[in-house]
Design a protein around this ligand. Structure first.
Ligand code: MOS
Length: 765
C-alpha cells in the first residue's frame, strides 16, 4: 500500500486538461463498494467549522491583526485605456501617517498576466488597473493619500465590446485582440452531410452577460516579513499556487514563503492565483519593516480581480423527424477582458448529446475591461444556456417532448475522447428529476397557461469534469491517546472540506469525529495539495486521506502483532481495537500500540491514486425549474427547482446540499439579474457595488429546492468513488429557467439575464 511510482497524469481542471507527472500508490486501495454500509461517510454530519462560524470566532484573513500592522490601498486607473506619462507622489508622501508609496518608478518590473504585462505597467488596459499602492497607519489615511497622488495620463482609444474588438478598426489591446491569435476549434464527422440528412434545421443566436464572482468575502491579504522569510495570510483557493506566484514575483525561494488560509467566504474561481494586491503588500511591508494588510473593497473586486466572460453564441442544429440529431454547429465569441481567462463555451455542446457531425469555433477576445477568470464552471454555464435552449426549440419544432428528445439523443460514450465513461447515470437523473417536478402531470404546451401569472416547467442537462486526480497528499498523525490530526495542502472555501476529511479518517480508523483535528491551508506544514477549483477538491483529496488512514491501520496492526506476538493476518481491527481472531483475550486499543512506541506520534502520508486508463470521467445531471411569469410586470418567480445529479459518492449530504442550494441560487442570479454593465461612452463599469450589481437575496430563492443524488459511488475513479459537485450544482440552472419561461409564456428568451424589461419587450414589443 505504501509503495509508490511516478506516472504521467492528466485531468481536466477548470478550462483545460492539465498534464503533469504525479506520484501515485502502486496499488489503489479497493474502493468502498456501491451500497457498502459505511458508518460516518455519507451520513449527514455537522460541519467541524460550524461552531466557529456561527459564533463569530472563525478567523478570516481580514480578522488577522498583527502588532504594528500598516494598511495598504491601491490607486487604480480611472480610464479604460491609457498611458502613464508621469506620477507625482510628493504631496501624498507628506500626508501625516503615510509610510510608503510604490509605483512603476520605484518598483522592479515584475511580469504579470502570463508575461503580457507587469505589476505596475505604464500602459493601463482597463478601468481599475493598478497605478500605485500606498501604505499608511490606517486604511483611512491610505485612502486620503490616493487622492493626493497626481497622475498625468494619455488617454487611448478603447474598446469594450467583443464583437467590435474583433474588427480590424478596433483599438489594439495587445498585438491582436484575439486570444492566441486564433479561435479554439473542434470538428467531427461531415457537417454538410449531417445537415443534408436533417428534416428540420434551426439557427438561433443566444447571448449571455459578463458576470462577476462577487464572493461574500472580498480578496484580502496580510503579509509579514521575519527577516528574509515571508508569511502571507490570504483568502485563496490555492495556497501553493499563491506561494509560488509570490516567490517568483519577488525572486525569493519558495521555501521562504509560507501561505496560510484558514476560513474563507468563497472564491468561485476568482482566487486561484497570487493577486497583485498581495505582492504589492509584500513589497510595501519589506520597505517599511512592518506587517501590511490589504483588503479589496467591493468596487475593486468588481473592476479588477475577475469575471465570467460574456458570450454571443450562433447555433445551428439539424434533426430528423424522428428526433435524431444529425448536425450541430456552435460559433461563439466572448470578451476575456484585457487579460485572459478564455471565453470558449462549446464544451457541453461537443459532448452531451449524441451527434456524429459537429463543428465548434470559439473566439476569446480582449477588451478594455478587467481580466476574465474562471467562474464556477467556466464556459459550461454560458454554453449550456445556448445549447439547451435550442435543443428545446428543436423538440418543439418536431413535436417531441423536450425530455424525450434528450433521451433520444443520449450519448452512451464520450464522443470527443471516444472512450467509455467511468459511470454515467444521466438516465436516472432525467427520470427521477422529472418525477420530482411532475413533468408529465404538470407540463402544459408552451404559452397555454391562462391568466396574467403564467406557469411553466423547463429542464436542462449538465456535464462537467470534476473527477480530480493526482498529485494530492494527506498526512495523518496519530497520538498516543488515540486522537488524530490530518494535514492536507488543500483548502476549505466554505464547501465542507474540513468535515469530509475528518469523516474519511474516522471511517477507516473508527475513532470519534471529535477526536480528529483537520489542518488545511498552510504551505508551512502541509504536503502538496491541489488548488480548490474545477470541483476537484473532494475527488482529489479524499482518496489520499483514506490512503493515509489505511496505511495507519496497517501500521497499528503491525505494531499490535509485535506486542501480542500474533501474526498480522490473525489480527482484526474493530472500533479502534486490535484483537486476535482466534483468542479474543489478546487485544489492544490503538492508543496502547502508540504508547508502546517511543515516537509519541505515528505518521503516514497517503496519496491520490492514478485515474483509470481508457476512460473519461465526467459528472452528469439534470435540473428542472418551475416558474411563474407575471406578464404585467415581467417578473419571474421561481417556484421549485429540482437538481438530480450523478456525482459519484456523497461524503456528507449536509454540505452537499449546501453546494446544490448555493449553485442553484447563483444560477438564478445569472438567469435573472446579475450583469456587469459598462458605459460605452466612457468605458467605465457602472455596476461596482451590490446595489447596482444584483445578486439574489433570500426573496429571490425558490419556495422549494429538491436535491436528488442518483449515484452512490464511482468505484473506477478512486477508493472513495467521489466526483465533485461545486460546479455541477450551478451549470444547468439558467438554462432550465429559460426553458421554463418559454413554457410559461411561449416566447423564447435568447439573452441573459432575463430581466423584467426584456420579458415585457419579448411579449409586447
Ligand atoms: Mo473554479 S471556476 O474555481 O471551480
Amino acid at each position: 500500500m505504501s509503495s509508490r511510482k511516478i506516472i504521467k497524469s492528466k485531468y481536466f481542471f477548470e478550462e483545460d486538461f492539465v498534464e503533469s507527472l504525479a506520484e501515485v500508490p502502486v496499488e489503489k486501495t479497493e474502493a468502498w463498494a456501491s451500497g457498502a454500509e459505511l458508518k460516518v461517510v455519507g451520513k449527514p454530519t455537522q460541519r467541524k467549522d460550524g461552531y466557529d462560524k456561527v459564533s463569530g470566532s472563525a478567523q478570516y484573513t481580514f480578522d488577522i491583526s498583527l502588532p504594528k500592522m500598516a494598511f495598504a490601498k491601491t490607486l487604480r486607473s480611472p480610464h479604460p485605456h491609457a498611458r502613464i506619462l508621469n506620477i507625482d507622489v510628493s504631496k501624498a508622501k507628506k500626508l501625516p501617517g503615510v509610510l510608503e508609496i510604490i509605483t512603476h518608478q520605484n518598483t522592479p518590473k515584475i511580469p504579470w498576466y502570463f508575461g503580457m504585462s507587469f505589476l505596475f505597467d505604464t500602459t493601463l488596459r482597463f478601468e481599475g488597473d493598478e497605478v500605485a499602492c500606498v501604505a499608511a497607519e490606517s486604511e483611512h489615511i491610505a485612502e486620503q493619500a490616493l487622492q493626493l497622488i497626481r497622475v498625468e495620463y494619455e488617454e487611448l482609444p478603447f474598446t469594450i465590446e467583443a464583437g467590435q474588438a474583433m474588427s480590424e478598426a478596433a483599438p489594439k489591446i495587445h498585438d491582436t485582440n484575439i486570444l492566441r491569435g486564433r479561435p479554439d476549434t473542434y470538428e467531427r464527422g461531415d457537417i454538410e452531410k449531417g445537415f443534408a440528412e436533417a428534416d428540420v434545421v434551426l439557427e438561433e443566436t443566444f447571448t449571455t452577460q459578463t458576470a462577476v464572482h462577487n464572493t461574500t468575502e472580498p480578496h484580502c491579504s496580510v503579509v509579514n516579513w521575519d527577516g528574509d522569510r515571508l508569511t502571507v495570510w490570504d483568502s485563496t483557493q490555492g495556497i501553493f499556487s499563491v506561494r509560488d506566484g509570490i516567490a517568483d514575483s519577488l525572486g525569493i525561494p519558495a521555501s521562504h514563503v509560507r501561505v496560510i488560509k484558514k476560513y474563507m467566504g468563497g472564491g468561485f474561481g476568482s482566487k486561484l492565483a497570487a493577486g497583485k494586491y498581495t505582492v504589492m503588500a509584500a513589497l510595501l511591508a519589506k520597505k517599511i519593516g512592518r506587517p501590511v494588510k490589504i483588503a479589496l473593497d467591493r468596487k475593486e473586486m468588481n473592476l479588477a480581480v475577475g469575471n465570467r466572460p460574456d458570450s454571443v453564441q450562433k447555433l445551428k442544429i439539424g434533426a430528423k423527424k424522428d428526433g435524431t440529431l444529425t448536425a450541430m454547429v456552435h460559433e461563439s465569441y466572448g470578451a476575456s477582458g484585457a487579460y485572459p481567462s478564455g471565453a470558449a463555451c462549446s464544451w457541453p455542446f461537443r459532448t452531451i448529446y449524441q451527434c456524429p457531425n459537429l463543428n465548434t469555433i470559439d473566439y476569446s477576445v480582449y477588451i478594455n475591461a478587467g481580466p476574465g477568470r474562471p467562474m464556477r464552471a467556466p464556459g459550461h454555464v454560458q454554453g449550456t444556456f445556448g445549447m439547451d435552449s435550442i435543443i428545446d426549440d428543436m423538440a418543439e419544432k418536431i413535436g417531441m417532448d423536450p425530455l424525450e428528445f434528450r433521451l433520444k439523443n443520449y450519448a452512451e460514450i464520450d464522443q470527443v475522447g471516444n472512450a467509455p465513461y467511468t459511470s454515467k447515470r444521466l438516465h436516472e437523473c432525467y427520470q427521477q428529476g422529472a418525477a420530482a417536478i411532475g413533468w408529465y402531470q404538470k407540463r402544459r404546451p408552451a404559452g397555454s397557461s391562462p391568466g396574467k401569472i403564467k406557469k411553466g416547467i423547463g429542464m436542462a442537462s449538465q456535464i462537467w469534469w470534476g473527477g480530480g486526480g493526482p498529485p494530492a497528499y494527506a498526512t495523518l498523525k496519530l497520538n498516543r491517546d488515540g486522537s488524530a490530526t490530518v494535514i492536507a495542502g488543500t483548502q476549505d472555501l466554505g464547501t465542507g472540506t474540513y468535515t469530509f476529511i475528518a469523516q474519511v479518517a474516522a471511517e477507516v480508523l473508527e475513532i470519534p469525529l471529535d477526536n480528529i483535528n483537520v489542518i488545511l491551508g498552510d504551505t508551512g506544514v502541509a504536503p502538496y495539495g491541489p488548488s480548490s477549483g474545477g470541483s476537484t477538491t473532494a475527488p482529489s483529496i479524499s482518496p489520499a486521506v483514506r490512503d493515509a488512514a489505511e496505511q495507519m491501520k496497517t501500521k497499528l496492526i503491525s505494531g499490535a502483532a509485535a506486542i501480542l506476538e500474533v501474526p498480522e493476518r490473525e489480527l482484526s481491527y474493530r472500533n479502534a481495537v486490535i484483537s486476535a481472531i482466534t483468542d479474543s483475550e489478546k487485544k489492544l486499543g490503538i492508543s496502547d500500540v502508540v504508547r508502546q512506541m517511543r515516537e509519541r506520534v505515528l505518521v503516514t502520508t497517503g496519496l491520490r491514486n492514478a485515474n483509470p486508463e481508457g476512460y473519461t470521467i465526467n459528472s452528469f445531471g439534470a435540473q428542472f425549474a418551475e416558474v411563474e411569469v407575471d406578464i404585467d410586470t415581467g417578473k419571474i418567480r421561481l417556484l421549485k427547482v429540482v437538481a438530480a445529479h450523478d456525482v459519484g459518492r456523497i461524503l456528507n449530504p449536509l454540505t452537499s446540499d449546501n453546494q446544490f442550494h448555493g449553485g442553484i441560487i447563483q444560477g438564478i442570479g445569472f438567469a435573472l439579474m446579475e450583469e456587469r454593465i459598462m458605459d460605452p461612452m466612457t468605458g467605465k463599469t457602472l455596476t461596482t457595488n451590490l446595489h447596482n450589481y444584483k445578486v439574489p437575496t433570500v426573496m429571490d430563492t425558490p419556495t422549494e429546492i429538491e436535491v436528488i443524488i442518483v449515484s452512490d459511488s464511482d468505484p473506477l475513479i478512486s477508493n472513495t468513488g467521489v466526483k465533485g459537485i461545486g460546479e455541477p450544482a450551478h451549470i444547468p440552472t439558467a438554462a432550465a429557467i429559460a426553458n421554463a419561461v418559454y413554457n410559461a409564456i411561449g416566447v423564447r428568451m435568447k439573452s441573459l439575464p432575463m430581466t423584467p424589461d426584456k420579458i415585457l419587450h419579448a411579449l409586447f414589443g
